[in-house]
Write a protein of this length. Structure first.
Length: 277
């Protein structure tokens, strides 16, 4: 039962106003002829600005709030607020679409991910990608060198908050989490289109996982490098998943312990059958 249901079941007239419901004061000692109480539409916290009667609607009527549902609703509100405030970056002037097949990834996949060549000499020898958030706005650019130059990856602007990318349709309500842009490109290229990358495991936060949960994702298959560092990171992500109620499992492929960006077509098909048969 949410706040609105509780008001209806107790036959309390209300008026939606912004993030609140406006009602006549619930204080029995206050004859409130001009409704002066506001109730938060999600949490049920109320306050009368006339008599200063305060409390929580659930407690007031002897009900236990559904804390998980409240958390979900608050996250939905936050997502809506971010969408309203997002001001995206623009593709650089003079850019050229990338039309190659580097690392045996099909040109169509590069097109799907909007790969391009930057005109600036700072990005010479690199394939660049716009990183879009759930609103469709560009929040950053990531580029990967095709030579031996360092650094291998170059993100701009510096300090950009990187989302889990791209926005995908889950398979059996699950997604695959990988680390880098070419890990996710390779899996999508070969048919595992529920893969997202985190641009570094430090970018996986409880808040981002909570957002996935709100959006109906039930489980995450964690496919990181199978070395000691990768497995430690996977364990930490599993702990975060448990906190937010997501099912998680660590994924590896074969005795060679190949990473996601190195799998061939037949190997990706076997992995898909293994995970989602």
């Amino acid at each position: 039962m949410d706040v609105e249901d509780l008001l209806k079941s107790n036959q309390i007239p209300y008026i939606p106003k912004g993030k609140d419901f406006v009602v006549s004061c619930l204080n029995p000692e206050h004859e409130d002829r001009n409704p002066s109480m506001r109730i938060d539409q999600v949490t049920g916290i109320f306050n009368c600005f006339s008599c200063e009667f305060k409390g929580n609607l659930f407690s007031h009527f002897g009900q236990k709030p559904n804390r998980m549902e409240i958390k979900r609703q608050l996250l939905k509100k936050k997502i809506a607020e971010v969408r309203a405030q997002t001001v995206g970056l623009q593709m650089p002037e003079g850019y050229m679409p990338y039309v190659g097949n580097w690392r045996n990834i099909k040109p169509e996949t590069y097109t799907d991910f909007e790969a391009f060549i930057h005109v600036s000499s700072d990005f010479a020898g690199r394939i660049c990608f716009p990183v879009r958030d759930r609103t469709g706005e560009i929040v950053a650019f990531v580029s990967r060198t095709t030579t031996d130059q360092q650094p291998k990856y170059l993100n701009s602007p510096r300090g950009a908050k990187m989302p889990l990318f791209p926005v995908v349709e889950p398979i059996q309500n699950k997604i695959i989490l990988v680390e880098g842009i070419f890990d996710v490109l390779n899996l999508h290229d070969k048919g595992l289109t529920n893969a997202v990358c985190c641009f570094g495991v430090k970018n996986v936060t409880e808040e981002k996982l909570e957002v996935l949960s709100v959006q109906g994702i039930e489980g995450i298959d964690i496919f990181l490098d199978n070395d000691e560092a990768g497995q430690k990171a996977a364990q930490k992500i599993q702990e975060l998943c448990e906190k937010v109620g997501l099912i998680s499992r660590k994924v590896s492929f074969g005795s060679k312990e190949l990473d996601a960006g190195a799998l061939a077509q037949t190997q990706v098909e076997k992995l898909r059958n293994k995970l989602y048969a």
